[in-house]
Write a protein that binds this ligand. Structure first.
Ligand code: ZN
Length: 183
């Protein structure tokens, strides 16, 4: 028998628990024994190799889920940041490292952000950079109406020297996020 009060083993036929003095009630003692057996079963099950494998799988599933959600979160943050940069390309957006992210047409000297000076021009994708610098507004009009390549196409990366923008030059930036960093 098992003591209902303290869980100690009681010899069959005893009237009291030797540990705590509980007056033995056969019915209660049987219940206590049943409960102890169930606990033991549950413990055995939890330790069985099949159960351990099942739990490991469960943990792995949750770990994978955590990764999936983590990656999704990072992608969302990146998309959000990217959208912000694109919003900033209207002509006035500044990028953190002291450069300008620009899209549009600028006349050097007339636009606050493209004043005379030497610039490094960076592109998001260095092969698709579409930054055109015309010597005058007339050149721009001629190029646009006749489709002749009267413009000078420049692209400068970190490795190259900057380009000196003179007052009156027309800069056309077709690429979102192209960055101008003044020296
Ligand atoms: Zn007892």
């Amino acid at each position: 028998m098992i003591c209902k009060e303290c869980g100690a083993k009681i010899p069959d036929g005893a009237k009291f628990c030797g540990e705590c003095g509980w007056v033995v009630d056969e019915k209660e003692a049987k219940k206590a024994e049943q409960k102890a057996k169930e606990r033991e079963k549950a413990k055995m099950k939890a330790e069985s190799p099949v159960e351990v494998l099942r739990l490991k799988r469960k943990v792995r599933k949750y770990r994978i889920l955590t990764w999936v959600f983590g990656i999704l979160f990072v992608l969302m943050v990146m998309a959000f940041a990217g959208a912000n940069i694109e919003d900033d390309t209207g002509g006035s957006g500044k990028v953190p490292d002291g450069g300008f992210a620009l899209t549009g047409t600028y006349v050097v000297g007339e636009d606050a952000e493209l004043e005379e000076g030497v610039y490094d021009i960076y592109s998001v994708d260095e092969y698709s950079a579409d930054v055109k610098i015309y010597e005058s507004m007339d050149d721009l009009k001629a190029e646009k109406s006749t489709n002749e390549s009267k413009y000078i196409e420049w692209f400068y990366s970190k490795e190259t020297k900057g380009y000196k923008l003179r007052s009156g030059y027309v800069v056309v930036i077709d690429e979102p996020g192209a960055m101008f960093v003044k020296r």
